[in-house]
Ligand binder design. Sequence first.
Ligand code: SF4
Length: 377
Amino acid sequence: MVKAAYIHIPFCQHICHYCDFNKVLMDRQPVGEYLASLKKEFAITLAETPVSPLRSIFVGGGTPTALNEHQLEYLVAAVREHLPFNSETEYTFEANPGDLSKEKLKVLKAAGVNRLSFGVQSFSDELLRSIGRSHRAADVYKAISDAQDTGFENISIDIIYSLPGQTMNDFKETLDAALSLNLVHYSGYSLIIEPKTVFYNLMNRGKLVLPAEETEAEMYEILMEEMDRHGLKQYEISNFAIPGYESRHNLTYWNNEEYFGFGAGAHSYVNGCRNSNYGPLKKYMEPLYKGGLPVMDTHKVTLTEMMEEEMFLGLRKVKGVSFRHFNEKFGKDADELFKNEIDRLKSAGLLVEEDGYISLTRKGRLLGNEVFQSFLS
Ligand code: SF4
C-alpha cells in the first residue's frame, strides 16, 4: 500500500543559476488555480487508490514557502481534507530561508507540519549571490530561530559544495556555520551542472570556473568526517542525521517503495506503475478541469526492472541492500542475479558484503553513479 505522498509547488520568487527543477517565476502565475487543481488531483487519486494514514507527506518545489499565508492555508486544508495522516506522519515542507515569515510558520505548525527542510546551500553571501539565491546567511539564522520558536525541532538544511569559485576554506566555513546550528538533519550535495541552466550556458562559453575534481572529492570527505564528528550518522550518500531523524520520506524512494506524486511534473509509483505528470502548468491543469488525471506517461514496471531498481536505489543507503529482504520481496537471490556486477565492483573496491548486506565502500560513495549504473540493463 502507498505510504508516502510528494506534492510539488512549482513557484519561485527567483530562479537560481543551477536549477533544472520544474519551476516558474511566481509573478503573474495562476497560483490559486494551480492549488485548486492540486486539490482535485488529491480527490481523484485518493478515490481511485484509498490508503490508510500515510507515513510521510513531503511538500517540495519550486518553493512551497513562496506561497502567501492564505495560499498556504488553502493548501494545508486541501491536504487535511484528502490525504489521511496522523501525528506519527512525517510532514515536511521545503522552505526558502528568505521567505518564511512567522505567520507562515504558524500556519504550517497549526496544520500538523512537523519537519522543515531549508535550502540553505551556503553561508557565504558572496557565493549565494553568485549562484542566484535570493536569501543571505542572516536570513538563515533568523528563519531557523523563528522556526524553533514556533516549535519546530525536526529541521534539516541542504548545502551545496563544489560551487563555482568556492575554495576549500569557503566550504569549511559553511560547514562550521551549518553544524553550529546543531540541527538534527543535514544534506550535502555537490553541484551538478544541468542542461538549460544559466551555469550550463556559462560553462559552454568557458566562463564557469569550478573546483577541481580532487577538491570536490576532498570536500565530500570533509563533509563525511565533520558530520560524523558531530554525531550525525551518514545514512545515504548525501544525507546525515541524528539517529531517529532520518528522512522517512526519502527512505521511501531508496527503499524502492510506492508513493503518490501530486502536481506539475511530479512522478509517482502506484500499483506497480511509474507515472509522470505534465510539467507545464496549463497542461497539468487542463485534464483536471475535466475531471481527469494529468498523467503524461505511465510505465508498468517489470519484475526485472523492479529488482534492478532495488539495487540502484538501495545502494544509495549507507546500510546498503539486505539480501534477505531482497529474497523476501522478489523470491530471488540478489547475490546470484547480480553476481557478475557484484564481483566486479567488489574487486574494484567499490562494494563490500557484510552481515547479509551489500553496500558501498567509502571509495564507492565517491563513485556512486558508476556503481548504480552497473545494475541497470
Ligand atoms: S529556489 Fe529551488 S526550485 Fe527555485 S530556482 Fe532556486 S533551486 Fe530551483
